[in-house]
Design a protein around this ligand. Structure first.
Ligand code: ADP
Ligand code: MG
Length: 236
C-alpha cells in the first residue's frame, strides 16, 4: 500500500456491504468543516455510529477521550474526524511540523487507518503518511519530513523520535492511541511510555480500545488528562 503524500481521493470501497449499526445522528449536524463533510459523503458516511456520536462532539470541544467500543463499531472516524478538524481549524501547514500522530498496533491496521484518512481527508490540503517500518529508516526519515499527520506503529515511531534528526513532535496538537488493548497485548507498554516522554504535555489525546482492562487504564492515566469516558457496551 502506498503510504505517504498529500491526502487525495482514492477509489472508495470503504463502506461497501454490511456496516455497523447507525444512530439517527448525522455527521452534518456536527460543527465541522464543509471539506470534512464532503470527504465523509464521498465515502458514503452520513449517519454516525454510537461511538462516533458520543466521542466526536466532545473531542471537537477539546476534551481528552477514553473510548471503549467493540471491533467494527466505527472507532476510526471517531478519532480521524476530530484530528483532521483540529489541524484544519489551526490552519496547520507543512511548515508547522507534526500536528497529529495516530498510534496503531500493527502495520496492517495502520494502512487501513491511512486509507480512511485518505478518503475522508480528500478535500483537505493535509500531508499524511505512515511509518510502519516497511522501508529503511533512512527512506522513512525522508518521507516523514514535513508530514502533518502520521499513522505509526509504536516501535517505529519511537525509533524515529529517538533517532531521526529533524523529526520533531514538540508542536504536536493531538495524539491518538488506537486499539490500546492490542498495543499493550503486543508488549508495547514501555514503548508507549517512552513515546509520551517525547510529546508535549499540552496536547489533546484520544485513546480508543475494544476493552478497558487494567493496563489500558494505566496507559490512560499516563496519557490522558481528565478524559471523558465513553463506553458503548451493547451490540448496537
Ligand atoms: P472499529 O475501529 O471500531 O473496529 P472501523 O472504524 O474499522 O471500526 O469501522 C468498521 C466498519 O464500519 C468499516 O467498514 C467502516 O467503513 C464502517 N463505518 C464506520 N463508521 C460508519 C458510518 N458512520 N456509516 C457507515 N459505515 C461506517
Ligand atoms: Mg479500529
Amino acid at each position: 500500500a502506498e503510504c505517504s503524500g498529500r491526502v487525495a481521493a482514492t477509489t472508495s470501497t470503504a463502506n461497501a456491504g454490511q456496516g455497523p449499526a447507525l444512530t439517527g445522528r448525522l455527521f452534518r449536524e456536527l460543527p465541522i468543516s464543509e471539506r470534512t463533510l464532503r470527504g465523509l459523503e464521498a465515502s458514503k458516511y452520513v449517519k454516525m455510529t454510537e461511538i462516533q456520536s458520543g466521542a466526536i462532539p466532545l473531542a471537537l470541544s477539546g476534551r481528552d477521550i477514553l473510548g471503549e467500543a467493540r471491533t467494527g463499531s466505527g472507532k476510526t472516524l471517531a478519532f480521524l474526524v476530530p484530528a483532521v478538524e483540529y489541524l484544519y481549524r489551526q490552519n496547520w501547514s507543512k511548515m508547522d511540523g507534526l500536528g497529529s500522530v495516530i498510534v496503531s498496533p500493527t502495520r496492517e491496521l495502520a494502512y487501513q487507518i491511512f486509507q480512511v484518512l485518505t478518503n475522508v481527508g480528500q478535500e483537505h490540503e493535509i500531508s499524511a503518511g505512515c511509518i510502519v517500518g516497511g522501508r529503511s529508516l533512512a527512506e522513512e526519515q525522508h518521507a516523514v519530513a514535513n508530514m502533518s499527520i502520521l499513522v505509526a506503529t509504536p516501535g517505529r515511531l519511537l525509533q524515529h523520535l529517538d533517532e531521526s534528526p529533524g523529526f520533531d513532535a514538540s508542536a504536536l496538537l493531538i495524539l491518538v492511541i488506537d486499539e490500546a488493548d492490542r498495543i499493550l497485548d503486543f508488549g508495547f507498554q514501555e514503548t508507549m511510555h517512552n513515546i509520551l516522554q517525547h510529546l508535549p504535555v499540552q496536547r489533546q489525546t484520544l485513546l480508543f480500545s475494544a476493552t478497558l482492562h487494567n493496563s489500558v487504564h494505566r496507559l490512560g492515566r499516563a496519557a490522558l488528562r481528565s478524559p471523558e469516558v465513553i463506553s458503548v457496551h451493547h451490540n448496537a
